[in-house]
Design a protein around this ligand. Structure first.
Ligand code: ATP
Ligand code: MG
Length: 346
């Protein structure tokens, strides 16, 4: 059968992180692992969402550039290949901001108000009366991050599902009103939809001070594991434990799967001391993190390379952004001047 080269085009994937600090184990199992896996078969784009970082880090904007580099180092450390994946910086692609403005007309406030992730985050971050328009509306800006690329798949943690739903809704509305320009994306949740925090909180997060970072040195990993919350009802080492409510056991389930039946059995029987269980977990995590740390250190010495990767990725993202925005404006009837030849995607 006759095949055109078009049939080999790979579908696009978009995902990303806020440069508000280094990445942690939650990012790895929730999203990073999938990104690395997908780069062979998809055209993967990763956005460093520095504008979104401002929603909670307005006064610390001076640290965002350094954090952007850190996040990029984490990507490379876990195996994101800059030759296969495009990494770019949100604030340097103005087309995203433009699209956000158009999208903001399509979203009802009543819908935004009911977004469960926004509610939880505003509460956890104690925003209260300080809640800004930018924070409240960040799912709209995220919809623009995804759709300017026409991404089909978005690897994310479970907390992001309401935002992807919102994006789908926006795309449907736009296409209904103006014609089929945008692509409806799907969320792809990682093996562990939501890794809990060291403090037992529902989510490990940069903001909650309850995370093990991918770059943490071995001794710090050990210290953090030893401070993790276990079964509070267990006072003596021989008391029967309740692994189902133990943070340390939750991590064993994710990072030490093959030992889980044994750990569970001996904990329940009061035969495994929490200190031994924690020592085992910290060694397991350190074994997992060692190659990541080594790769990260190697890249950390090449400052110029990191900025080249981000610069090149951003240039590519902009070229696509300018094409999509031309189509969007054309469809909306907001195209005024003689057509300029569109920028070619390299
Ligand atoms: P911040 O506190 O700055 O918001 P964060 O730790 O919540 O940081 P984000 O940058 O908001 O991290 O999240 C980036 C991606 O990582 C999202 O797809 C999110 O769902 C995923 N992710 C973050 N934390 C976890 C977690 N604990 N478990 C699973 N996925 C997670
Ligand atoms: Mg977050």
């Amino acid at each position: 059968m006759h095949e055109t080269p078009k049939t080999h085009e790979r579908a696009r994937v978009l995902t990303g992180d806020r440069p508000t600090g280094p990445l942690h184990l939650g990012h790895y199992v929730g999203s990073l692992k999938n990104r690395v896996r997908l780069q062979e078969d998809y055209e993967v784009f990763i956005i460093v969402a520095d504008v979104q970082a401002l929603t909670t880090h307005l006064k610390e904007s001076g640290h965002i550039k350094e954090a952007t580099k850190e996040v990029c180092l984490d990507y490379l450390a876990v195996g994101v290949d800059p030759n296969a994946t495009t990494i770019f910086v949100q604030s340097q692609v103005p087309e995203i901001a433009e699209l956000t403005v158009f999208f903001s007309m399509l979203v009802k406030l009543s819908f935004l108000r009911h977004n469960p992730t926004i509610k939880t985050e505003a509460l956890e971050k104690g925003l209260g009366e300080d809640l800004t328009y930018g924070f409240f509306g960040y799912p709209i800006s995220q919809a623009a991050d995804i759709t300017f690329l026409k991404a089909r798949l978005v690897p994310v943690g479970e907390d992001q599902i309401p935002h992807i739903e919102q994006t789908r809704e926006i795309v449907r509305k736009f296409n209904r009103l103006y014609g089929p320009v945008l692509v409806e994306p799907k969320a792809l949740v990682g093996d562990v939809p939501r890794l809990i925090g060291l403090d037992g909180k529902l989510k490990m997060s940069k903001s909650y001070n309850n995370a093990i970072f991918l770059k943490d040195p071995p001794e710090l990993v050990r210290r953090k594991v030893f401070q993790a919350v276990t079964d509070p009802a267990r006072i003596h080492p021989t008391d029967p434990g309740h692994p189902d409510i133990c943070t340390v056991f939750a991590y064993h389930k994710v990072f030490n799967e093959h030992e889980v039946p044994e750990i569970e059995g001996s904990c329940k029987a009061g035969k495994l001391r929490c200190v031994d269980c924690k020592a085992n977990l910290s060694s397991t995590l350190n074994r997992f993190l060692e190659p990541i740390r080594a790769k990260r250190n190697a890249f950390a010495e090449q400052d110029g390379l990191i900025w080249d990767i981000l610069g090149e990725g951003t240039r590519r993202a902009r070229a696509i952004g300018s094409q999509t925005l031309s189509q969007v404006k054309e469809a909306m009837g907001l195209s005024y001047f003689p057509k300029q030849s569109p920028q070619r995607v390299p």
